[in-house]
Design a protein. Sequence first.
Length: 368
Amino acid sequence: AKSLRSRVDAKGSDLELYFDQAFIEKKLEPIRRSVEVAPLEAGFDIDWLNRIQVTEARPGTLIDLEVLGRLLVQAVENRRALFELPLRRNVEPGFSTEQAKALNIKGLVAQFTTHHPCCQDRVKNIHRIADLVNGSIIKPGETFSLNQLVGLRTADRGFVSAPSIEDGETVDALGGGISQFTTTLFNAAYLGGCELLEWQPHTYWFSRYPMGHEATLSWPKPDLVFRNDFRSGLLIRTAYTPTSITVRLFGDNTDRRVKVDVSPRRDITEPAVELIPNPKLSPEREKVTERGEVGWSVQVTRTVTFTDRAARNEERRVTYKPRPRRIQVHPCRIPRGDPSYTGEPCPVPSDSFEPETPDTAGTEAGER
């Protein structure tokens, strides 16, 4: 009785009864496994040699919830205690065998792996985003947006707080570390010859990434966006270990060849020195908290040569900012004009007092 509802009918002239859908589904939970067979979508089976095969779809049998709702109302109105449970047989899956075969996914297009230390919180985020992307299919002509697929990184969606770069500074943020997955996916798409539409390198260079070939991710921007300009569909498969993340793209790239190149470092920029006040240090001492790193630029080129159309030549300049050298000193060591300047004088050491030289020491000794 608590689950029985009423509403105005389609004509707007009368009330009709219905049962709360959530209530019906809850009551069905104990028997659904013994009655229903879920439709099985077609898939792709990939062996250790990256050979790919379409797995057959299978129709299923499901309880017809809409009909069941009407029968329950009739049972109430007619005081019928028993009726046959309505089933929908031969329910087709959302992705059929024919649709899978029509994508013409024949083999490996490109793959890339990056490495990281084990067991940090950022690794949990890398694994989480990899799971969300794994199995994604991009049809010919479709555009893939990593942000659009993954959505906002929240605790409810399985992301944890970990170090992240924001405005050039390291801060803790939900989803910190997922730029490593972004870089891995970017390189697979880049080496595979996909049409890249949107990506942004990191502010600073990290040695775990290939120089000039990397991308960061934040919400809602920057994003990683590329288009499937292949004649086949593209299938994304991800895999990870405690110390690595791998992205593989499958499709048909027999119509193109890819050549990439990165120039030597140029336009070297020395890091700035930032003085950080620390009154606990004596004026004679200093403590280096960050050693800093030079900045530089590289020229990145990619040529995609097609069998049936003109080659695509791309050039991009990637600039990495220098990391500042940070040094803790006593406040009196910070010069005027520095943002941390206080004007505090240096303390006089207690043992710096020099006694006067006796007259008998002579004029020369006194001058020394």
